[in-house]
Design a protein around this ligand. Sequence first.
Ligand code: BMA
Length: 377
Amino acid sequence: MKILPTKFLSIVFLSACSLANAQFRLSDDKATQETQNLYQNLVKAQRKGYFIGHQDDLAYGVYWKYKEGRSDVKEVVKDYPAVYGWELGDLELGKAENLDGVPFSKMKEFIKEGYRRGGIITISWHSNNPITGGNAWDFSNTSIKSILEGGEKHAVFTSYLDKVADFLLDLKDDKGTPIPILWRPFHEHTGTWFWWGVKSASDEEYKELYRFSLDYLKNVKKLHNLISVYNTSIEYSTSEEFLKRYPGDDYVDMMSFDAYQRGSVEEGKKFAEKLDVLISAMNQAAEKHNKISAIGEIGYNQIPDSEWFTKVLKPVFDKHTFSYVLFWRNAGFKPGNNEVEYYLPFKGHPSEKDFLKFYKDKKTLFEKEAGKMNLYK
Ligand code: BMA
């Protein structure tokens, strides 16, 4: 009799635990085992902290390009980021390099390398405009109807998806197992600047675009290694607004937004307040729909505030739970104009010390931790 209550309690406890994870199910019921494992491990890891990511991390830094083993992040904290972001824009045109000059052949190798070390891969797609032939920022068409099913430009759009699918299908480890990908298409859709944004796609058209492309990749192209990431920009403050163009639970696995601090260092306070609202509203939506959440892109170009990571970001991040945050690319000097663009410190940058402090915080998870967590098992 004495044993019973303990036994009973442990059964209750165990079933509560498995229930907690069981409610998180991938939208693709044919998802590969590794993809399901990654998803469940992301759910678990959220209780511990959040993974830190960086776009194009292994390809180049502010002062270098394509040097094996290099990474601006690693040179500052002696560890790679846990999440690697890559970008497919221009692949759909059959080009050998993406819109930022990264050769797709190299990108594939970097993806395999990050995965081999136990890192997480996320991919975005600044697709060219299939209607006008302009780039992703060409929102001059007033409707995307013609690329949806039955539309006269539909075949152009599916030819784009075919190219994307070929690339994704080729992402396999040495044993031929597909590498799980956090797929974040048609991002920042609440903004005005992309052809899938609010200026040229109605809410219903956007949802249809999202659903059609995902169905096409899963059902026609047989891709079952995708974790689908819904991504807005900053134009919301409630969960209802955040979900205005939500394509539905059967199409989304993670919820996310992109946000950048701009202007002077003094803007940090306002940015932190906004960030707090953005995460709260997103997490309310995520909780309601049994999805996990993330910050798809973040940054403050050139990091003019030498304590930005620990004084602006960390206090807000500490109030919430989410699975990863991806800092945008250390492009350095951009050819064609005199702009300099980078979002994480490199060796010798004034915010190096602050980023190291951020690294040492127990909630920030980089690649060594990710490796130990065996995210794919
Ligand atoms: C933007 C900038 C651009 C880049 C684009 C796609 O935010 O970094 O330089 O071309 O992302 O990666």
